[in-house]
Design a binder for this molecule. Sequence first.
Ligand SMILES: Nc1ncnc2c1ncn2[C@@H]1O[C@H](COP(=O)(O)OP(=O)(O)O)[C@@H](O)[C@H]1O
Ligand SMILES: [Mg+2]
Length: 349
Amino acid sequence: MAIQIALFNHKGGVSKTTTVFNLGWMLASKGKKVIIVDCDPQCNLTGMVLGFKDSDEFEAIYQAEGVRNIRDGLAPAFESRPVPIEAVTCEEINGQPNMILLPGHIGLAEYEVTLGIAQELSGSLVTLQNLPGSIFHLFNLTAKKYNADYLLVDMSPSLGPINQNLLMTSDFFLIPMAPDYFSVMATNSLASIFPKWRAWAEQAKTNPLLRNATYPFPAKSPKFMGTIVQKYRLREGKTPSAAFQKWINEIENGVKNKLIPALKKSDMLLPDANYTNANITLCEPIIQMSDFNSLIALSQKHKAPIFSLTDAQLEATGIVLERTKKSMRQFEELYSDGADKIIHLAENV
Ligand SMILES: Nc1ncnc2c1ncn2[C@@H]1O[C@H](COP(=O)(O)OP(=O)(O)O)[C@@H](O)[C@H]1O
Ligand SMILES: [Mg+2]
């Protein structure tokens, strides 16, 4: 069965989408078959991967034959259609045969309220009992169809019922953050939301109506992999500048003193030895990335990861090219180390 990893933080702009794409690509280049899943109704991941600039281009894949995006995949359950959920036909990704995209849809937001009601009532309304397990069922069928090893789930910045469902039906979760005040605040609210979500999922897992539904609610026990801290500015190209370092320290304090104790209490951590063996120090970021600077625009322009742009795509020569290539190799190493830790943790449970 594919390993499902959710990238979650209800704060926006912390590099969730960018990380799903780049980390997914890195896992794929290490030989893993990866599906990146766009569960944000804003569809940034879909737009980025497929290079869409305007809504006409989205319309073209939405109108195409068959089940081609997350909303159409879930429609049989959410719109009570007399047909079963079937696997999504995913989009290929130029230059990376081991990675495919399960496209997003703005209309996914329309299912939020219904799913919220279904999860509150936890199956006591027979007409809604198939909804809490339907997202996992769709992912599982799609992963089987493509023989996937990993599903990386990009999420919207919210604490809504869809995210609650996605997180609690994943195997693991990563928390991307930015070194700023808002990420410190977010750590606090995550520490209080996870125990609530966990309590809900425990009840949903044992509820006979949900367990025996057409799309059973899966018996998952999601575990924390770590944080990913992005976009700090470099001082003399090495360590984070003082202002950013202050926020990085505050984040680490919050993770250590609030988040980790809350996760431990909610059984959302693996045994300590699993982290040690994967070379992960829990309260430190699993990946810490500086600002991509000019590489981010080139990466988006060429729909290629930060770490594997060609000389031609780098649009530079001489010393500038050499400097850019050097920083590209540093990002490659960071993503590669991060991917190794993630693979080790995920595959040695
Ligand atoms: N390490 C980084 N350096 C520079 N820009 C980044 C970095 N990571 C992400 N970005 C940019 O920051 C913005 C927010 O990133 P995004 O991945 O969309 O975050 P989220 O999905 O959490 O909202 C985007 O414009 C993205 O291109
Ligand atoms: Mg995003």
